[in-house]
Design a protein around this ligand. Structure first.
Ligand code: GAP
Length: 510
């Protein structure tokens, strides 16, 4: 536990020290669960956005992108169910005064039982060596059978009571499982209450209920209400998708763990409109597509897993998360939801406007079904940052901090450095920089010793550092240092562009 917290602390302090992420309103002592992206962080964030956007919109002929307003008509949230049902069950510990989501306390308890099962499996592997058959072992080991049946019982009880909104029974479940507060260790809990997560504000100068509007808690509704606009003006044929990147706001009960859970965050969502009856096929398709997309980032396939939802959101008939191994353990990174025709039908009902599609193949009108892929941009940022940050022990005994970002996402593709600040080297280096900056995002650095400058670039993930020295003036050659191998190679200036392109602009999209 302490190790996990240390790892997250290291990431937070690295993010601040190198200009990736600052606490918001810091000079006023900060504002809880809000963060600002700094000069390096914004570059990384933009590159992540662009990678997602290109792989959705540019690569798929049948997916287009929009940018809808954050403020929307308040009836949208009545129609979507958010006004009534976008709640989390909260519970307070009376001793630590800490507030928790009751369902997450129970899910953490289930996760502990999973860990016990994994321990049994490891023991089995050791005992049986090459003859170990995991499936058979799970079916026959009495401890595992007992643990699995405990998980099943807890999941069923939680699902039933959350669906029935039976908060008293959720409280009883926490008591029966003897769940204690991770901070105080006590089991002195308040009752469980529902808490709506939407932020509201007033529109215009007249205060009152009629002027009350909400900050969107998901970008998806901006897509649904524009379904017909996009379909007609874009002459889109089903199946087709609408993608969007934008801010979303939630008054989270527990907003901790850095940028993992914030009150203001960004989502990258895509709604894929399909004929009714094809939802199972497309749900499977998008699950496979999205996990392949993640694997291509190269953060390690072992760091991902699927988690099927126990309790489905009010709009879904099937849903799962792609979980990532964050420093705090496996947690939700992306959601894939089969949203049926719920949203479009609700908007038809509340707006009185038809949101249907005439299918020329079937010669009939229908309200399309929807498969949604929804990923938190900030969570993806944290996944990339946390899995890339490493401390390496070098041969000379010193440590180097390395941010081994996927090169295509690195804030800068190359750092251009003159060896010294005299003899015309800065002028030559500037000329090279001024050429390359039109091709890639580059940084010019002439301060401190070369060693220190290399370390600075390693720490922000710059894949190549180009050193201009006296020999450059004689034969137009430079040394180019690779961030990952630390190897330096002497190359002609005219070859730099090709080397960087090959390494850093690698086709993540293919
Ligand atoms: N439109 C569906 C939807 O919003 P969700 O599972 O509530 O589904 C989708 O959210 C994604 O948004 C999550 O998988 C997560 O990556 C991100 N997300 C949700 N709440 C967040 C928060 N408070 N802070 C940061 N990211 C969040």
């Amino acid at each position: 536990m302490a190790q996990k917290e240390d790892k997250l602390k290291d990431i937070i302090s690295h993010a601040k020290e190198y200009g990736f992420i600052f606490p918001s309103s810091e000079i006023y002592d900060g504002l809880s669960a809000t963060y600002d992206y700094g000069q390096i962080g914004s570059e990384l964030k933009n590159n992540i956005k662009s990678y997602w956007w290109k792989s959705m919109v540019q690569i798929h002929e049948n997916i287009v992108g929009i940018d809808s307003a954050i403020f929307m008509h308040p009836n949208i949230w009545k129609a979507s169910g958010h006004t009534d049902a976008f709640n989390d069950p909260l519970i307070d510990n009376k001793d630590s005064k800490k507030r928790y989501r009751a369902d997450i306390l129970i899910e953490d308890h289930i996760e502990k039982i999973h860990k016990k099962i994994n321990k049994e499996i490891l023991k089995g592997k050791k005992r049986f060596g090459d003859n170990f058959n995991e499936t058979k072992f799970k079916q026959t080991n009495p401890n595992i059978i007992r643990h699995l049946s405990a998980i099943n019982a807890v999941e069923n009880r939680m699902k039933k009571n959350l669906e029935e909104n039976n908060l008293e029974e959720i409280y009883n479940l926490i008591v029966d499982l003897e769940i204690s507060c991770p901070i105080s260790g006590s089991k002195n809990w308040t009752e469980v209450r529902q808490f709506n997560l939407m932020f509201s504000t007033e529109m215009g100068s007249v205060e009152g209920e009629s002027a009350k509007i909400y900050l969107r808690p998901e970008t998806a509704q901006g897509i649904f209400v524009n379904f017909s606009n996009v379909q007609k003006t874009g002459r889109m044929k089903i199946p087709f998708g609408i993608a969007q990147i934008g801010k979303a706001f939630r008054n989270e009960i527990i907003a901790r763990q850095f940028i993992f859970r914030m009150r203001e965050f960004e989502q990258m969502e895509m709604q894929f409109f399909i004929p009714p009856g094809e939802e199972k096929k497309w749900y499977k398709y998008w699950k496979e597509e999205r996990i392949k997309w993640h694997y291509k980032l190269g953060l390690g396939e072992e760091n991902y897993r699927f988690h099927d939802h126990i309790k489905l959101a009010h709009y879904a008939d099937n849903a799962c998360d792609i979980e990532f191994k964050f420093p705090m353990g496996f947690k939700e990174l992306e959601g894939i939801h089969s949203r049926t025709d719920f949203d479009l039908k609700q908007h038809e009902k509340f707006s009185g406007k038809k949101l249907q599609y005439f299918d020329p193949k079937l010669n009939q009108n229908y309200v399309p079904y929807v498969i949604e892929t929804s990923i938190g941009l900030d969570r993806l940022f944290l996944a990339i940052l946390s899995s890339s940050l490493k401390t390496e022990k070098l041969n000379d005994g010193s440590n180097r901090i390395l941010l081994s970002l996927p090169p295509a996402l690195s804030p800068y593709k190359a750092a251009i450095m003159p060896l010294t600040r005299k003899d015309g080297l800065p002028e030559k280096a500037k000329r090279i920089f001024n050429e390359l900056k039109f091709k890639f995002n580059c940084i010019y650095d002439e301060k401190d010793s070369p060693g220190k400058r290399y370390r600075r670039q390693d720490a922000i993930g710059t894949p190549h550092s180009i050193m201009i020295d006296h020999q450059t003036l004689e034969d137009e050659s430079v040394t180019i240092r690779n961030r990952d191998t630390m190897l330096q190679e002497r190359v002609q200036i005219k070859c730099i562009e090709e080397i960087i392109t090959k390494y850093s602009m690698a086709e993540l999209l293919k």
